[in-house]
Design a protein around this ligand. Structure first.
Ligand SMILES: Cc1cc2nc3c(=O)[nH]c(=O)nc-3n(C[C@H](O)[C@H](O)[C@H](O)COP(=O)(O)OP(=O)(O)OC[C@H]3O[C@@H](n4cnc5c(N)ncnc54)[C@H](O)[C@@H]3O)c2cc1C
Length: 447
């Protein structure tokens, strides 16, 4: 791994804009952050390396929003709820998965509370996210890759971004690192202030893809067929022990998500190797499905993720941290900014990594605000899957819905910090909380 300090002299590149809030990364976290900051009247820019927003939903072929509710109560609201309403009411391209956990209901959601998983399509999520960003007044700058930052006296003063027209600087009063792997805070700090998770901690990588031409099948039968083949060593190499598949909104189209690769997401050579391995595996899996799995005899590949799917890679070291103890406690932690369920599992590389906690605890916990605030830099927050956390508990907050809420908390805090000219950690929690509640976030489990 190459270790470089990515700090630049700010005189080197042209400044292409000055903002109150700059959010880097347009995944679920970045969308939540940018929308929330812009709606507070802050001049807000959202920078993204690909040409569209959505993060893993749209670059990882995963248009399926988990975990809106717990025990029959909605626990995620705000921007995540709004996105689903656009998908449903404007684009008519969303459905609950109710009866069968992996089968769409194929009905409009209408005004129903979000109590189930919601499936949509990659194409509609890109459009709906753009609409949400535009309506909120966010300046979207896509096809722009962050490669460094300019630091001055413990603050980041500019993001160094490689645009199609060349490298440039974007200045802002506050920044939100929503890159998934804490790329901004890592580069700005020369590695200090972030932590890279090991193989065991960072979960396996995978590459989702879609097949069409699937006919009716019985899920239980297929699960048994697959399990027997897996145990007999007759499945393709490097697959999960269970048949992870789910129906898409187009009848006959199924998402396949049971391949895996091992490696580090913050290492270009490793990502290159894993990408090649996973792509070699896809036709092999399609052949296997055709040969062995009822309902898949005539299936064919439609498309696949445009990059390796990463669940965790690098996170920030925060002034606070989401831990197992916080989750196991009876009370919510101090300064809660997003509700999460206590019951969680994992895509762990090592089987023994989380079994004690896997799906055993009941009830609700929450992410504390301090897990979003890095120890380094006074004007930056993180959100989404790179907040500060014990790796055992990644599965409690890495779903897209929860990432949007941590994004909202980060965006609101960044906006208040920019508006009132105070350091991020001096922004009063009560102000953040009241803005979150005003904008539809749910912060109390019983309401
Ligand atoms: C294979 C797989 C399947 C999953 N399935 C589901 C599912 O079914 N349901 C669910 O709810 N969750 C699912 N998840 C989890 C979820 O998708 C992610 O945890 C979530 O998207 C994280 O959101 P995020 O905004 O933190 O990061 P990301 O979604 O990773 O978004 C980060 C964004 O930042 C951009 N970016 C990164 N670096 C730079 C840079 N240097 N410059 C500019 N832009 C940059 C990226 O292009 C990306 O758009 C899945 C994850 C994986 C890997």
């Amino acid at each position: 791994m190459i270790k470089t300090k990515y700090l630049f002299d700010r005189a080197s590149f042209p400044v292409i804009g000055e903002y109150d809030v700059a959010v880097i990364g347009a995944g679920p976290g970045g969308i939540g952050a940018a929308v929330s900051a812009a709606r507070m009247g802050m001049k807000t820019i959202l920078v993204e390396q690909y040409g569209f927003p959505g993060g893993v939903a749209t670059n990882g072929c995963c248009p399926l929003y988990f975990l809106f509710s717990s025990n029959g109560k909605q626990i995620i609201g705000g921007v995540a709820d709004e996105l689903i309403r656009i998908l449903d009411e404007e684009l008519h391209d969303a459905s609950f998965m109710i009866e069968d956990y992996f089968m769409p209901e194929y009905l409009p959601i209408n005004k129903r509370q979000l109590l189930y998983k919601v499936v949509s399509t990659v194409e509609s999520i890109r459009i709906a996210s753009n609409r949400l960003l535009n309506k909120s007044g966010v300046v979207s700058l896509f096809y722009a890759h962050l490669f460094g930052a300019v630091e001055e006296g413990g603050r980041i003063v500019a993001a160094a971004v490689d645009c199609l027209e060349g490298p440039c600087l974007i200045k802002a009063k506050t920044f939100v690192d929503a890159t998934g792997d804490a790329h901004m805070i890592y580069r700005a700090g020369g590695g200090i202030g972030t932590v890279m998770y090991s193989f065991e901690e960072s979960m396996h990588k995978s590459m989702s893809f879609e097949v069409g031409g699937v006919t009716a099948f019985n899920r239980e039968v297929n699960n048994k067929v697959y399990k027997n083949l897996y145990e007999a060593g007759k499945t393709p190499a490097n697959v999960l022990p269970h048949l992870a598949i789910g129906h898409r909104l187009t009848p006959g189209v199924v998402q396949i998500g049971f391949n895996k690769a091992l490696g580090m997401s913050v290492d270009s050579a490793d990502m290159t190797r894993m990408d090649a391995e996973l792509r070699e595996q896809i036709p092999e899996i399609v052949d296997f499905l055709r040969r062995e799995i009822p309902g898949f005899k005539h299936c064919y590949l439609i498309n696949s993720a445009i990059q390796v799917g990463v669940r965790a890679g690098r996170g920030i070291i925060g002034i606070g941290k989401l831990t197992k103890d916080i989750i196991a406690a009876d009370e919510l932690p101090e300064k809660p900014i997003a509700l999460i369920t206590k019951s969680y599992g994992s895509h762990s590389v090592k089987k023994e990594f989380t079994p004690k906690w896997r799906n055993v605890m009941q009830g609700i916990s929450a992410i504390p605000l301090d897990a979003l605030i890095p120890v380094r830099f006074t004007n930056v927050l993180a959100c989404g899957r790179c907040i500060s956390a014990d790796p055992h508990v990644f599965d409690t907050f890495r779903m897209m819905t929860t990432c949007m809420v941590t994004g909202q908390a980060a965006g609101i805090t960044a906006a208040l910090s920019a508006r009132d000219n105070v350091a991020i950690k001096e922004v009063p929690y009560d102000m953040i909380r009241s803005r979150m509640l005003e904008t539809g976030c749910i912060l109390e489990p019983d309401k």
